[in-house]
Design a protein around this ligand. Structure first.
Ligand code: ZN
Length: 377
C-alpha cells in the first residue's frame, strides 16, 4: 500500500514518509512498516502477524509502482484523486478514485494479479449500480496470444476513441498502451494494433472517455475464402463440435459447405463479441435476406427485429454499452452492400437487390473461390 496515517492523524504517501515516524493502516489502524530500498518502490506493509480486513498483503511491486504512476498522472489532470480510497457504500477499495469537472465519479483499477471473470464482473457491476464509472487498466502480465483473445480479456474491453480497446500500463516506459483493432487475418491469425500514449503528454479523458471515431470502425479486410473453405472442410471431416449446428442447418436446407455462399467466410470487425459461430450467424442473416422480396426496403429497426430470432449470444463486456454490440451485424450489412446484395440508401435504410446464390456443386465453388483468391494477391 502507498498510503498510511501518520502520528498527526494525516494521510501520508509512502514516498514522503520517514523511518523516524510511526504509521498506521487507514483501515484497521494497526501499525505499519515503511519499506524503502534501492530496488523496491517505497511502500507500507502490515506486520506479518497482523491480519488486515481491508488490505491484502502480497501486493506485487508492479502493482505498487503502477498505482504510483497512475496517481501522479491522474493528479496532474484532476484535483480530487485519492489513492486506495475506501468507498463505504459498496465496501470496495479501488486503486484510485476521483471526480472530474462533470462530477462523474471514477474508479480506476490497475489489475496485475490474476482475477476471475466472476470477480471482475461482480466488482464492475457493483461500481456501475452505484453510479461509479470504472476504468480497468491491465498490468504487464496480460499479453495477448497469437490465436485468440480470451473471454477474460474481452471483459476489459471498452470503447476508446480508437474503437473497442484494452488498456495496459507499461510501468517501465511509463506509457499506456491501447490494444485494439483485434481481427483475424486472411490466414486466421489474431492481429491487433498497439498505440502508446506517454503518461506525461496524454490526457486521461482522451484515452478513457471519448467515443470511437466512426472511421475507425469501418475498416475492412478481405478474407482468403479458398483457404477458409479448406480449413472448415477439414474441421467438418474431423467432426469439429463447433460446426455441428451449422452443418445440420445446412443439411435441413438441402445445402452443405460444398455449395453454401462464400459470403459466410468473410470475417467482420468485432465479430469476436458474438459467441455463436461466425459462419452460423452470417448464414442466418443471409437466410433472412433471402426471404425478403426483391427490392424490399428495410430500416435498422426492422432488421433488428429479424435478428432477434437468431438468439445471438454475446460475451460479457460490462464496459461496452448494449447498443454497441449490434454494430457488428451492421458491419456485415456493409459487406453485403459491397457485394451488391444490398444497397445502403442511408445510414438507417437498406434495399435488397438480389438473393444470395448457392453453388450447384463443389467444383463450381472451388473455381470461383480460386478466382477470388487470385484477386487478393
Ligand atoms: Zn490494515
Amino acid at each position: 500500500m502507498l498510503l498510511a496515517i501518520d502520528e498527526q492523524n494525516k494521510k501520508i504517501l509512502a514516498e514522503h514518509a520517514t523511518k523516524e515516524q510511526n504509521y498506521r493502516c487507514p483501515s484497521c489502524k494497526n501499525p505499519l512498516i515503511l519499506k524503502q530500498g534501492k530496488i523496491v518502490t517505497t511502500h507500507f506493509a502490515h506486520y506479518p502477524a497482523k491480519k488486515c480486513f481491508s488490505f491484502s498483503e502480497g501486493e506485487s511491486m508492479d502493482h505498487i509502482e503502477g498505482k504510483k504512476l497512475l496517481f501522479r498522472w491522474l493528479s496532474s489532470h484532476y484535483s480530487t484523486v485519492e489513492l486506495e480510497a475506501f468507498l463505504p457504500q459498496i465496501q470496495q477499495r479501488p486503486d484510485l478514485y476521483f471526480e472530474n469537472e462533470r462530477k462523474d465519479k471514477v474508479c480506476v483499477e490497475f489489475q496485475c494479479s490474476k482475477l476471475s471473470s466472476d470477480e471482475m464482473l461482480k466488482r464492475t457491476l457493483s461500481y456501475q449500480r452505484h453510479n461509479y464509472s470504472v476504468w480497468w487498466i491491465l498490468g504487464p502480465n496480460s499479453a495477448l496470444k497469437q490465436d485468440k483473445i480470451s473471454a477474460l480479456q474481452k471483459l476489459f474491453v471498452f470503447p476508446s476513441h480508437l474503437g473497442l480497446s484494452i488498456a495496459r500500463l507499461n510501468i517501465f516506459k511509463e506509457h499506456l498502451e491501447l490494444i485494439n483493432d483485434f481481427g483475424y487475418s486472411s490466414k486466421e491469425k489474431l492481429n491487433w494494433t498497439e498505440t502508446n500514449f506517454s503518461l506525461e503528454n496524454s490526457s486521461p479523458d482522451l484515452i478513457f472517455t471519448q467515443n470511437p471515431e466512426a472511421g475507425q470502425l469501418k475498416k475492412f479486410k478481405r478474407t482468403d475464402y479458398l483457404y477458409t473453405h479448406h480449413k472448415y472442410m477439414k474441421q467438418i471431416k474431423y467432426k469439429n463440435k463447433n460446426l455441428l449446428s451449422l452443418v445440420e442447418k445446412l443439411y435441413r436446407n438441402r445445402e452443405s459447405l460444398h455449395t453454401v455462399s462464400y459470403l459466410i467466410y468473410q470475417s467482420i470487425n468485432y465479430e469476436w463479441m458474438i459467441r455463436n459461430h461466425p459462419m452460423e450467424w452470417k448464414y442466418d442473416v443471409l437466410q433472412i435476406i433471402n426471404k425478403l422480396p426483391e427490392a424490399h426496403i428495410f430500416s435498422r429497426k426492422e432488421f433488428l427485429t429479424y435478428i432477434k430470432e437468431l438468439k445471438l449470444k454475446y460475451y460479457d463486456m460490462p464496459l461496452v454499452q448494449d447498443n454497441m454490440r449490434t454494430t457488428v451485424l451492421f458491419f456485415f450489412l456493409d459487406f453485403l452492400c459491397l457485394e451488391g446484395i444490398l444497397t445502403e440508401i442511408n445510414s438507417n435504410t437498406w434495399r435488397k437487390n438480389k438473393s444470395v446464390i448457392s453453388y450447384s456443386n463443389e467444383g463450381e465453388k472451388i473455381k470461383h473461390l480460386y478466382l477470388l483468391s487470385q484477386q487478393l494477391c
